[in-house]
Design a protein around this ligand. Structure first.
Ligand code: ATP
Length: 240
């Protein structure tokens, strides 16, 4: 069943067109990895789906309802949660306070403080620490936990491994794999193509605001995705 539908979406920053006529769908239970070079439009696309950025044109439907004009707080209530690049936690509040605050804005469901701590064991001994005093990995786990506390039907993750030590990336991805196995529908931006291919059911590659490659992850090679990432497919086509 299609959970998210994106049709001919356009998004701008002033005169700059960051997302150009993008169309795709995400089925319930899928993990879609969005890859592409810096500036390809991935963050703008995720923010537009979450309602944090207003589209210039196109349509977004979620769970069978047109949400194109729905504000971000109301999209959260319908089940779309974004973990933004840079985490944006309330630094002066504890981990527990950050998590409980989010619960007030979402839906009811499986995710509770206990369930989040089970999914992210590294947070258990940090529950009463201020978010601003946490390591990068702990902050990222809190940010994902905070989104889960809203009981999303769709979790949008923007570069969860950015700036983390390799050991912290492993810990965060271990927990993500648990979520994926549990059936959470995820769209994630990931710079590491190998990791994207290993975690996702489907890959979508963006270049200059457009989707230039998409397909089933296990049917794609790292070389194919790398070529699309750097726009080599296009230059090869152009030169032939
Ligand atoms: P990155 O991996 O660097 O985050 P990205 O693929 O997520 O890149 P976006 O951040 O969506 O890409 O940026 C797409 C384009 O929009 C880029 O050209 C970028 O410079 C521009 N852009 C992004 N945010 C803004 C903004 N707030 N104001 C103006 N231009 C912006």
């Amino acid at each position: 069943m299609t959970l998210l539908g994106v049709e001919q979406l356009e998004a701008r920053h002033g005169l700059l067109q960051a997302v150009r006529g993008v169309s795709f769908g995400v089925d319930a239970g899928e993990t879609l990895a969005l890859v592409g070079a810096n500036g390809a439009g991935k963050t703008t696309l995720l923010r537009t789906i979450a309602g944090a950025h207003k589209p210039a044109a196109g349509r977004i439907s979620f769970d069978g309802v047109d949400v194109t004009a729905t504000p971000a707080y109301a999209r959260l209530r319908t089940g779309i949660a974004l973990v933004p690049e840079g985490r944006r936690l309330f630094a002066g509040m504890t981990v527990k306070e950050n998590l409980l605050l989010a619960a007030a804005y979402g839906r009811s469901g499986h995710w509770s403080l206990e369930a989040v701590l089970e999914a992210f064991p590294l947070l258990q001994r940090r529950l009463n620490s201020r978010a601003g005093n946490l390591s990068g990995g702990e902050q990222q786990a809190t940010a994902i936990g905070r989104a889960l506390m809203t009981n999303p039907k769709l979790l949008l993750l923007d570069e969860v491994s950015l700036g983390l030590a390799p050991i912290a990336v492993e810990a965060v991805y271990r927990s993500l794999r648990g979520l994926i196995t549990g059936g959470t529908t995820i769209v994630l931006v990931e710079q590491d193509i190998g990791r994207a291919l290993s975690v996702a059911t489907r890959i979508m590659c963006m270049l200059e605001g457009r989707i230039i490659l998409q397909g089933v992850a296990k049917e794609m090679t790292r070389e194919q995705v790398t070529e699309a990432y750097f726009g080599l497919q296009r230059s090869r086509r152009n030169s032939s």
